[in-house]
Design a protein around this ligand. Structure first.
Ligand SMILES: Nc1ncnc2c1ncn2[C@@H]1O[C@H](COP(=O)(O)OP(=O)(O)OP(=O)(O)O)[C@@H](O)[C@H]1O
Length: 212
């Protein structure tokens, strides 16, 4: 059987005192989605940050596509994460942000791809806006457009439904289903179980993953 896209074993992560995650294990098979739920402070973002390679575990192991995450550029060519809030470049429009991403990833038809991503995420008409002038939901749409506009094999999304209206939540759930149908792997955290079910993800909780 194929190695899972994401393999987490006996993970211990903390911030100096008692660990937030203590003995968490998780496997996300390739071409599937898993959604982690749990109350505020349960450790969902901590898990996603660690799987993204942005947080060092105290113990345990994490493999993403068979490699330790975040250690080299190859990781970032294949993995998209929205765990860290994006920084907007002063003076660059929404379209120019998306085009930066497509150029950095060597897409030949980058400008057309950016156009399609804006259409898809309901941002048509906002291409020439400064990201800082967009509403909070539009900024979230732009963040997701920048995630979907480039090729990737794994998406790690922290509460992608946040600040989105119900129609946009359904739209994004559908995009995630399509991403998985195309062979991609998704790990997300969410507080919206209806949204999570709509993505087709296996829904689990930090508590379940940490075992007894
Ligand atoms: N940088 C940090 N320094 C110290 N403690 C932190 C840090 N980041 C998170 N924590 C603590 O770790 C615990 C888990 O936080 P985390 O953000 O992973 O939870 P979460 O499940 O994503 O919560 P939410 O649903 O509110 O987004 C919390 O108790 C939080 O206070």
């Amino acid at each position: 059987m194929d190695q899972p896209a994401i393999e987490v074993r006996d993970l211990v992560v903390g911030y100096g005192s008692a660990p937030v995650l203590d003995g968490l294990s998780l496997e996300v098979p390739r071409g599937t989605a898993t959604c982690v739920i749990g109350e505020n402070g349960a450790g969902k973002s901590t898990l996603l940050r660690t799987v993204s390679g942005l947080q060092r575990p105290e113990a345990g192991s994490v493999l993403v596509l068979g490699r330790e995450p975040g250690t080299d550029a190859e990781h970032w060519r294949q993995v998209v994460t929205t765990v860290e809030p994006p920084s907007w470049y002063p003076g660059l429009t929404a379209r120019e942000h998306a085009e930066l991403v497509t150029r950095a990833h060597g897409l030949d038809d980058g400008d057309a791809a950016a156009e399609r991503a804006f259409e898809l995420l309901g941002l048509a008409g906002h291409e020439d806006s400064m990201p800082t002038s967009l509403s909070s939901g539009q900024k979230q749409r732009l963040t997701l457009a920048m995630a979907f506009v480039r090729p990737s094999r794994v998406l790690i999304l922290d509460e992608p439904e946040q600040r989105l209206d119900p129609d946009a939540r359904s739209l994004v759930a559908g995009l995630l289903r399509d991403y998985v149908a195309g062979g991609g792997t998704v790990l997300l955290a969410s507080h919206d179980e209806k949204f999570a079910a709509g993505t087709g993800a296996l829904v689990t909780s930090v508590a379940e993953l940490c075992g007894p």
